[in-house]
Ligand binder design. Structure first.
Ligand code: NPQ
Ligand code: MG
Length: 371
C-alpha cells in the first residue's frame, strides 16, 4: 500500500454552547484533518491544536506549516514503499523538535490507512482490553453556581460517570463545594485548572482537600515540574498532569520527581498514539493511573481516543464524552452514550469514516500534498 498524497483539510464546527476555561472562551472548534490517500483506501487523523496558542504553543496554522514544509516531505522515502512501517514513520518524525499535535495527526492518518489495508482495528493494534469505556465530561466555567449545578445535573442524568469542573482563581472553592454538596460523596468529581495557579496558591488549593476530589489537573504552569512536586506534597488531593507531559520522557521525569500521581494522556499532546501507548506502559509499570483526555474532537479523533482509552492502564473515566457534548451535528456517525459508556470501534483502522456531505459543509479549505 503506497501513499499517493496527503490532504490537509481545515474545518470549523460550531460548539453546542460556548466552552470557557481558565485560558479563554471558545465558540467554535477550528481544526485540521489529515487524510492519507492510497490507491485502495484512505486514512484520517485529527489535529488537536486550537486556533490560537492558548492551551499549548501549537496552533492550527503552525500545524499546517510544519506538515507542509517538513513532516510530510520527511516521510516521502518511507511512504513510497508498500507497505510502510509505522514505527519507521514515528522515528522519522522525531527528527523534528516539538509539533506533537501536527505529528500526531499525520501519524494517525497513516496508521488508519495502514490498518485498513490489513483489516485490523486501532483498538486491537494498541491492545484494547474492553469493548466499551466509561465516560466522563468536562464542564466549563459558568457565570453562576446555580447555572453550573443545572449543567452538572443534566450530565449526571445523561449517565456520565465522572464530572470534571474547569476552575480558575475566583471560580474554584465555591463551585466544587456546591457540586459536592448537591450530588453527594459518591459522585466522581475532579477539577482542571489549565495552569492557572502558582505555587504561592498552595494554601488556597489545599482548601479543596475536604471535597475528596479524584484529582486536580494541571494546577501550575506546563514547565513547572519541580513546583508541581512541591505542591503535591502540600495537598491531599492527587495531582494529575496534562499540559506538562509532551512525551514518555516527561512522564518518566514527572513520576520520578513526584510531580503527579495520575496522568491525563492526550495523543495529540504527546505526538501520537504510539507515544501515548508508551506513556501508558510506563505509568502502568509504576502504578500511576492514567485516563484519556479530550480536545473537543470530532468523531474522527474521538474514535481513535476510544481505542486508546480501552487499554488496561486507563483505570479512570476520561474526557471521551459523547458527540452531543460538543456538537449538534458531528462529521461521523455520532458517538452516543450508553449506560455511561461509549463503544470502542471495532472496524478496520479508527473504525469510523467522515460523512463527506457533512464534512464538506464544515470545510474551510483543503490543500493536497502529492507524494
Ligand atoms: C483539557 N479539554 O483537558 C482540555 C482543554 C481544552 C475537554 O477539558 C477548543 C479546543 C477548546 C480544545 C478548550 C477538556 C478547548 C480545547 C479546552 C481544549 O485541558
Ligand atoms: Mg486539562
Amino acid at each position: 500500500m503506497k501513499i499517493t498524497g496527503i490532504e490537509l483539510r481545515r474545518i470549523t464546527m460550531p460548539l453546542i454552547a460556548p466552552f470557557r476555561t481558565s485560558f479563554g472562551t471558545e465558540h467554535h472548534r477550528d481544526t485540521l484533518l489529515v487524510r492519507a490517500v492510497t490507491p485502495d483506501t484512505e486514512g484520517w487523523g485529527e489535529c488537536a491544536a486550537m486556533t490560537a496558542p492558548l492551551y499549548s504553543p501549537e496552533y492550527t496554522e503552525t500545524a499546517i506549516d510544519v506538515l507542509r514544509r517538513y513532516l510530510v516531505p520527511a516521510l516521502s522515502p518511507h511512504l513510497a514503499q508498500a507497505p510502510f512501517d509505522i514505527n519507521a514513520v514515528n522515528r522519522a518524525l522525531r527528527r523534528y523538535r516539538g509539533h506533537q499535535m501536527a505529528k500526531s495527526a499525520l501519524e494517525t492518518a497513516l496508521l488508519d490507512a495502514g490498518l485498513r489495508t490489513t483489516g485490523q482495528s486501532l483498538g486491537s493494534y494498541l491492545g484494547a482490553a474492553v469493548p466499551a469505556v466509561p465516560c466522563g465530561v468536562s464542564v466549563g466555567i459558568m457565570s453562576s453556581v446555580p447555572e453550573l449545578l443545572d449543567a452538572v445535573d443534566d450530565y449526571v442524568g445523561q449517565g456520565y460517570r465522572r464530572i470534571k469542573l474547569k476552575i480558575e482563581p475566583g471560580w474554584d472553592l465555591a463551585p466544587v463545594r456546591a457540586v459536592r454538596e448537591r450530588f453527594g460523596p459518591d459522585l466522581l468529581l475532579q477539577a482542571d485548572a489549565n495552569a492557572a495557579y502558582t505555587l504561592a496558591d498552595a494554601p488556597h488549593l489545599a482548601k479543596l482537600d475536604p471535597f475528596d476530589l479524584l484529582l486536580i489537573e494541571q494546577p501550575l504552569a506546563d514547565d513547572d515540574l519541580v513546583q508541581h512536586a512541591q505542591l503535591a506534597r502540600r495537598l491531599s488531593t492527587p495531582v494529575c498532569l496534562d499540559e506538562s507531559v509532551h512525551s514518555a520522557e516527561h512522564a518518566a521525569a514527572a513520576i520520578t520527581l513526584g510531580s503527579c500521581s495520575i496522568i491525563n494522556i492526550k495523543p495529540g499532546r504527546v505526538g501520537g498514539y504510539l507515544e501515548a501507548r508508551r506513556i501508558h506502559d510506563l505509568a502502568r509499570a509504576h502504578g500511576v493511573a492514567v485516563w484519556c483526555g479530550g480536545m473537543l474532537e470530532t468523531g474522527i479523533g474521538r474514535a481513535a481516543n476510544l481505542a486508546l482509552a480501552a487499554l488496561p492502564g486507563f483505570t479512570l473515566p476520561g474526557d471521551t464524552s459523547a458527540s452531543s457534548r460538543y456538537y449538534t451535528t458531528d462529521i461521523t456517525a455520532p458517538f452516543v452514550l450508553q449506560d455511561g459508556h461509549l463503544p470502542v470501534p471495532t472496524g478496520p483502522g479508527i473504525g469510523v469514516e467522515p460523512i463527506m456531505e457533512l464534512l464538506d459543509e464544515v470545510t474551510v479549505s483543503t490543500e493536497w500534498i502529492p507524494l
